[in-house]
Design a protein around this ligand. Structure first.
Ligand code: ZN
Ligand code: FE
Length: 259
């Protein structure tokens, strides 16, 4: 059975490794060194490199890993990705048969304009590798895209089956949930999640993956349609917010200056 392992990098990045007992694929290797150390320790051959977007903390190790392993580099068509061998656009599929990974490409502009996510099944489990678009309890900053683009991208991810495991690229969860509780102090599912994830961090465990069901219930960036979220955003902005996109944009601006 294939497994999905977190290789930590930098301060708070997770490089996800899909592996069986002989081979591996990596998602967003921002640094080659920890990946090479893991592959060597586990005696794994690198079979594929998947990239979600062009930021250095996601692609910094790609060229070195590709050169050493000869593994193909799959990445977004509309961004400059080092050593890319296959350009992916919305609706493309990625089959890593030897790792029992069957993934569909979803174009999710917002954090960057060409950002893609990979969603499907690994070893029969539903998964999504969403880079810096959907975080556990939060979402990526809007460096290149508009609020409308990010809102639509998050809505596509939120529409995945509830049991889908969300493999995002950073451990930002506790800070995200602290902000989420500022927006929705009365959300009981959120309070329970915050307690659960705080306990995980105290044990030194990742809070990632979460699930799409967790995110729908507790992530304010997926909850612009919820009356309490709208009311909190309007209160924070001191004005009426006409649309869901306006609510989303207000929550994103609020988070940008929160703590
Ligand atoms: Zn990024
Ligand atoms: Fe990042």
């Amino acid at each position: 059975m294939p497994a999905i392992i977190a290789v930590p990098a930098f301060r708070d990045n997770y490089i996800w490794v899909l592996r069986d007992d002989r081979r591996a694929a990596v998602v967003d290797p921002g640094d080659a060194a920890p990946v090479l150390a893991y592959l060597a320790a586990e005696r794994l051959d690198l079979a594929a490199i998947l990239v979600t977007h062009h930021h250095a903390d996601h692609v910094g190790g790609v060229a070195a890993l590709a050169q050493r392993s000869g593994a193909p580099v799959l990445g977004p068509a509309f961004e400059t990705i080092p050593a890319r061998t296959r350009a992916l656009d919305d609706g493309d599929t990625v089959e890593l048969a030897e790792l029992d990974a069957h993934l569909a490409v979803i174009h999710v502009p917002g954090h960057t304009l060409g950002h893609i996510a990979y969603a499907g099944e690994v070893g029969g489990e539903r998964v999504a590798f969403c880079g810096d678009t959907l975080f556990a309890g939060g979402c990526g900053r809007l460096f290149e895209g508009t609020p409308a683009q990010m809102h639509a991208s998050l809505a596509r991810l939120a529409a995945l089956p509830a049991e889908t495991a969300v493999y995002c690229a950073h451990e930002y969860t506790l800070a995200n949930l602290q902000f989420a509780q500022e927006v929705e102090p009365g959300n009981a599912a959120l309070a329970a999640r915050a307690a659960r994830d705080l306990a995980r961090r105290k044990r030194g465990e990742p809070t990632v993956p979460s699930t799409i069901g967790d995110e729908r219930a507790t992530n304010p960036f997926l909850r612009a349609a919820v009356p309490e979220v709208r009311a909190a955003a309007q209160e924070h902005e001191g004005r009426e917010l006409a649309s869901e996109v306006d609510v989303f944009a207000a929550v994103r601006r609020w988070k940008d200056v929160f703590a």
